[in-house]
Design a protein around this ligand. Structure first.
Ligand code: SAM
Ligand code: DTB
Ligand code: SF4
Length: 331
């Protein structure tokens, strides 16, 4: 069957059969194909570094079964109010000094109220003025809200599809897959770059992992960033105790993301705290070229910066935007 490429050489017509065939390839063949694709568009030893900050934590009305911030799974927990712009700017300054190039602000909302956006706009403008790329993840957005965020200087909006359309209902009932696609459309139409991915290790089948990637890769435009999270299991959440995913399955999904969305940044996102250095190294080989950096994700731990610096040195990886380190060879 003839395949169609857009003007950037990207495909949006991936079939399930093709994706399944890729996923089932011998690991060496899959990794070789992914690494070859990676080298056509990216410097092989560069990784983009983002830092996360929770600007409003907990007491979320949604029922996402993985999430420690849902009020349903942490009923005793006090709602924390929105951080002040000063607190956010302070954290962004520290992230920049530590080497991050993108700062992502997350809020445990179903979606922002219009009045919440007044403060968020101030934060975005201030973080942008520090010379950082700005990203926000605030839940569902109307088109008007997306335009407001764009006007404030927002570069990226994170809104994940989380899993396949079929498995989705087993994980979230308070908003639909369609709702999520609609928010992504609003973000795109407002001219904000899209950050969209999902979570693995929630008890989904390989077909669901493939289904997520098919949905992402067949969007009218690929998301510029594709975060692939490994479920961080938190006590009290319904998914706590889910059998652990084989790390090599995780690596396969990274490789598929790289092959199907060759120009996107693929982020090795939540779950690195539980991963060996060897698994992370394989993820980078499979085409992951972005991480969250800093000791906390939103509410759960992430590797401490010294450990990530040591890992990068062992692998000869240089963070994007950072000077050449003596340990690495020129690309
Ligand atoms: N409340 C907003 C929303 O859901 O759109 C924004 C913040 S929410 C925490 C952002 C994303 O974090 C979720 O869509 C999910 O993909 C990811 N996430 C949340 N809890 C997680 C966990 N325990 N393990 C892995 N990823 C998680
Ligand atoms: C994404 O895909 N992963 C990040 C970010 N986007 C917002 C969030 C991970 C959250 C992990 C659980 C926590 O720390 O609360
Ligand atoms: Fe709320 Fe977002 Fe957590 Fe879902 S993922 S419960 S919407 S904070």
């Amino acid at each position: 069957m003839a395949t169609a490429e857009d003007d950037k050489g990207l495909r949006h017509d991936w079939t399930r059969k093709e994706a399944e065939a890729l996923y089932a390839r011998p690991l060496n063949d899959l990794l070789f194909a992914a690494q070859t694709t990676h080298r056509q568009r990216f410097e092989p030893n560069r990784v983009q570094v983002s830092t996360l900050l929770s600007i409003k934590t907990g007491a979320c009305p949604e029922d996402c079964a993985y999430c420690p911030q849902s009020a349903r799974y942490a009923p005793g927990r006090q709602a924390e109010s929105l951080l002040s712009p000063d607190e956010v700017i302070e954290a962004a300054r520290a992230a920049k000094a530590a080497g991050a190039t993108r700062f992502c602000m997350g809020a445990a909302w179903r979606g922002p109220k219009d009045r919440d956006l007044d403060a968020v706009e101030v934060m975005i403008a201030a973080v942008s003025a520090l010379g950082l790329e700005t990203c926000a993840t605030l839940g569902m957005l109307t088109l008007k809200q997306a335009h407001r965020l764009k006007a404030a200087g927002l570069d990226f909006y994170n809104h994940n599809l989380d899993t396949s359309p079929g498995f989705y209902q087993a994980i979230i009932t308070t908003r639909t897959y369609e709702d999520r696609l609609e928010t992504l459309e609003h973000v795109r139409n407002a001219g904000i770059q899209v950050c969209c991915g999902g979570i693995l290790g929630m008890g989904e089948r390989p077909e669901d992992r493939i289904g997520l990637l098919l949905t992402l890769a067949n969007l009218p435009q690929h998301p510029e960033s594709v975060p692939i999270n490994l479920l961080v299991q938190v006590e009290g959440t319904p998914l706590h105790g889910t059998p652990r995913l084989d790390p090599l399955e995780f690596v396969r999904v990274i490789a598929l993301a790289r092959i199907m969305m060759p120009a996107s940044y693929v982020r090795l996102s939540a779950g690195r705290e539980e991963m060996s250095a060897e698994t992370q190294a394989l993820c980078f080989f499979a085409g992951a070229n972005s991480i969250f950096y800093g000791e906390k994700l939103l509410t759960t731990p992430n590797p401490v910066p010294a450990d990530d610096q040591a890992l990068f040195a062992r692998l000869g990886i240089r963070p994007e935007g950072a000077p050449l380190s003596p340990a690495s060879t020129p690309d």
